[in-house]
Design a protein around this ligand. Structure first.
Ligand code: COA
Length: 376
C-alpha cells in the first residue's frame, strides 16, 4: 500500500461576476413583468402573484454577496435568465473541459512536474455537459496525459469522493499521480426565476493533484499534504434534487419544468445535513487519532454561512477563530464540489509541517466526504 499526498491545487475563476443587487434587479424586473402580464388572472385568483427578492435576505440567509459566472448578460436579461453558452462543434474543446484544463494547468505548474507523470484523470462534478465521451478524457487529451480517465458525479461531494478515489488508486499502485478536476458551471442548472434559490450558485473550476508520497519531496517546497484519512457516506434524500436527464425532458427554455433544474427543501437540508456531517467528522477524527479541536483550519463545502458556522462550532467545540473555518462563499457563492477546494487552495500556504486540517464536502444524495490532511 502506498501513501498518498495532495501535491498541488489549481483554481480557475471566471472573469465576470454578479452582485446580489444586480441579480435581484433582474429577478424583480422579471417579477414585475410577470405580474403585469398576468394581472387579470392574478386578480381573479387563478394565478399566484410572484414576490420580489431582496439582497438583504440573500446575504442574511446565505452569506453570499456575489458570484462568478461564465455569462453574466444572459443571466441578467429578464427575457432569458440563463447563461448563454453557445454549443461548440465537436472539434473544439467543450466549455466544461476548457475551464477544467485552466485549473489543471495551474495545479500542474505549481506541482512542477510534467503532465506525463500523471496516470489518471478524474472529472468529479455535479453536472456533466454531455453523456460521453467523458469530460475527463477530453481533459486528459488536452493536457497530454496517458493512462485512463473517467467522470464521476456525487453532486457537491464530488471533490472529496474524487480525492478518495485518487488516493485509493495511489494506494493500490494503479497510478503514480492522479489529476482530479471539478469544473462547475452551476449557473447552467440553477433556476434564475426561482426566488428561493436564484442566488445560491456560482461558476468556477478547481484541480487537485494526488501523488504517491515517495515520489514527492519529503519536506519543504512541493512536499504537499499527507492524506491522513478519507471517509465517504451517502444516505438517500429527495431534499436536493434535479430531474434533468437523458430519459427526462430537456431543461426548459422558459418557466416550465422547474424540476429539471436545481430544487431543494432548504430548511430540511439544513436540519438533516448539519448533524450528519458534524458527527461524521468527529467520528472519523476519533478513528484516526486526530484531535478535532487541534485542527488549524477547516475547508468545508461552501453551502451556506449558517450551515458552515454551525458545523464549525460542533467540530471545534467552540466558536471558530477568524480564519479557522474558511469562508469563501461570500465572494464565490455555492460552487458545488469546488467550494472546499477553493477554500483550501486560497488559505493553505501558511501551514507549518505537522499542522493538520480538514477538507469536507456535503450535498445532494445526501452525500458527504471527509479528508484529513497534515502538512509535510
Ligand atoms: N428574497 C426575499 N425573501 C425571501 C427570498 C428572497 N430571495 N427567498 C425566500 N424569502 C422569504 C420567504 O418567503 C420566507 O418568508 P416568510 O417567513 O414570510 O414566509 C422567508 O424568506 C424565509 O424563507 P425560507 O425559505 O424558510 O428561508 P431560509 O431562512 O430557510 O433560507 C436557505 C433559505 C436556502 C438560504 C436556507 O434554507 C439554507 O441555506 N439551507 C441550506 C441548504 C443549502 O445550503 N443547500 C445547498 C446545497 S448543499
Amino acid at each position: 500500500m502506498h501513501q498518498a499526498v495532495i501535491a498541488a491545487t489549481g483554481l480557475h475563476t471566471p472573469d465576470q461576476s454578479i452582485s446580489n443587487t444586480e441579480l435581484v434587479d433582474a429577478f424583480n424586473n422579471y417579477v414585475e413583468r410577470f405580474n403585469a402580464a398576468n394581472a387579470a388572472a392574478i386578480e381573479a385568483g387563478e394565478v399566484q402573484a410572484l414576490a420580489p427578492s431582496s439582497p438583504e435576505f440573500i446575504e442574511k440567509a446565505s452569506g453570499i454577496k456575489s458570484r462568478f459566472v461564465i455569462d453574466k448578460a444572459g443571466i441578467l436579461d429578464p427575457d432569458v435568465m440563463r447563461p448563454n453558452i453557445p454549443e461548440r462543434p465537436n472539434d473544439q474543446i467543450s466549455v466544461l473541459a476548457e475551464i477544467a484544463v485552466e485549473a489543471a494547468r495551474q495545479a500542474i505548474a505549481r506541482w512542477g512536474k510534467p503532465a506525463s507523470e500523471i496516470d489518471a484523470v478524474i472529472c468529479a462534478a455535479s453536472n456533466m455537459q454531455r453523456a460521453y465521451p467523458a469530460m475527463a478524457i477530453e481533459v486528459q487529451q488536452a493536457l497530454g496525459i496517458g493512462g485512463f480517465a473517467f467522470d464521476m458525479n456525487v453532486a457537491c461531494s464530488s471533490a472529496t469522493f474524487g480525492i478518495k478515489t485518487a488516493a485509493d488508486f495511489i494506494a493500490s499502485g494503479s497510478a503514480r499521480a492522479v489529476l482530479m478536476v471539478n469544473p462547475e458551471i452551476c449557473s447552467g442548472h440553477l433556476n434564475f426565476r426561482d426566488r428561493d434559490s436564484h442566488f445560491i450558485f456560482g461558476d468556477v473550476a478547481t484541480a487537485v493533484i494526488v501523488e504517491r508520497a515517495d515520489l514527492a519531496p519529503p519536506s519543504g517546497e512541493g512536499a504537499g499534504w499527507e492524506i491522513l484519512g478519507t471517509r465517504l457516506k451517502t444516505q438517500f434524500s429527495n431534499n436536493i434534487r434535479n430531474n434533468f436527464g437523458f430519459l427526462n425532458r430537456a431543461a426548459p427554455e422558459g418557466v416550465g419544468a422547474p424540476d429539471k433544474l436545481f430544487v431543494q427543501e432548504g430548511r430540511k437540508v439544513f436540519r438533516e445535513v448539519v448533524p450528519m456531517v458534524s458527527e461524521m467528522i468527529l467520528e472519523h477524527a476519533t478513528d484516526i487519532g486526530v484531535d478535532p479541536t487541534g485542527l488549524k483550519r477547516m475547508w468545508l463545502h461552501q453551502a451556506n454561512i449558517n450551515m458552515n458556522e454551525m458545523i464549525g462550532r460542533r467540530v471545534l467545540g467552540r466558536d471558530p477563530a477568524p480564519g479557522e473555518n474558511v469562508i469563501i462563499l461570500d465572494e464565490y457563492a455555492n460552487t458545488s464540489s469546488a467550494g472546499s477546494i477553493i477554500a483550501f487552495h486560497k488559505t493553505c500556504d501558511d501551514f507549518a509541517a505537522g499542522e493538520t486540517g480538514l477538507i469536507c464536502s456535503f450535498g445532494a444524495g445526501y452525500s458527504a466526504g471527509t479528508v484529513f490532511v497534515r502538512k509535510r
